[in-house]
Design a protein around this ligand. Sequence first.
Ligand code: GLY
Ligand code: MN
Ligand code: MN
Length: 439
Amino acid sequence: MRKPLVDISIFKQRRDTLSSHFGDGALVLFSSPEYIRNNDVHHPYRQDSNFFYMTGFEEPGAIFIFRPGKSPETTLFVRPKDQLMETWEGFRFGVQMAGEAFGIDACYEVDQFEDEAPKLLQEVETVYHNLFVNSNIDQQMQSVLKTTRSLQGRSGRGLLSVKDPYSIIGEARLVKSDFEIETMKKACEISADGHIAMMRAMKPGINERAIQGVFIGEIMSQGSAREGYGTIVASGSSATTLHYVFNDQPCRSGDLVLIDAGAEYNYYSGDITRTFPVNGRFSDLQKRVYNKVLKAQKKLISMIKPGVTQAAVHDSSVQMLTEIMIEEGLLQGTVQENINNLNFKKYYPHGIGHWLGMDVHDSGLYTIDGKPRPFEAGMCLTIEPGLYVPADDMSAPQELRGLGIRIEDNILITPMGHENLTKKAPKEVEEIESLMAQL
Ligand code: GLY
Ligand code: MN
Ligand code: MN
């Protein structure tokens, strides 16, 4: 028998904390669908973040209903035990074992969902469910909701309404508990070790794919189940593609390589970017521009503390990067003019960062009542300024064309300020050069 990944009391605590937010409602979550790659081969499976957050259950083909204050409060529909399928695909908890292993009140086979769910939902006013993500799931929910409404009949209850649970679960996930912070720290530390391993392995001629393999090898050897997102190993002018996906070119001496890679550890992800020279030595020009971006990145991190907003940090990043663009001859005119007319976006087209957690671009609102929300202790975010000069930008100084630099760290907001969870990954020029010089 497999064991739950982490202590299941965490999931009960989360449900208890959130129960009052659902009022006289019920939450219905579906596990992530499986996606066929070809014939009988599936893409690697990863549980839906909200499903895992509320249950700890990692199997596909499962549905969870949470009815705070009612009995049963938690119901899990799971795939049945099946000796033949388990011979091919591995262990399933099944109805008997799932309840006890995950602390769930009632379990059924997933095929019973359409019969059993309406009986559970007829007692609630509101169903919290995320529609329009998957049409098969929508169809099942449509059938269940229709039956539920007919069961409610003349009960005197209003028409059952459906609401998105994002504002409840997404907001809860944004502010990390002590357990989540420890897990995030581990994910970030493993991610940093993966970057160190890639810096050590980097050499002229090596393929970007081989470097991605070094990252995967390092993080998996430390207990990471997978990358938190598709690793980007972008050498030369590919670094100007923000989410470069090919990772199939040889790395050339004299070029920089931009690597954006994060490990996922127990469902929490790191998200680090480092940019460094393929041959281990920055040229004078690379060092000059890199150090300007690094100085800006460090200043932006130093701003972070409770009460500050992401919008304010982003605005400062625009100011600093636009100054660099003008100094380097990429833009003409004043800083303010280039900000007002959005010219800076040609070389800095993205935001300063995003929430980080179970998903690399994690859940949680960025604005509340139309205003940027202030940071609170327990939130995690990335700070990732970048400067990208397209290779075919004839208006840019020739020596800068094809240069892409991004430096990204993962920051935890603490009661008094912040903690950089990814500081172990070298980013000072001297640190990088001395690490890469070691045999
Ligand atoms: N790794 C994706 C990002 O930095 O947003
Ligand atoms: Mn990021
Ligand atoms: Mn990233």
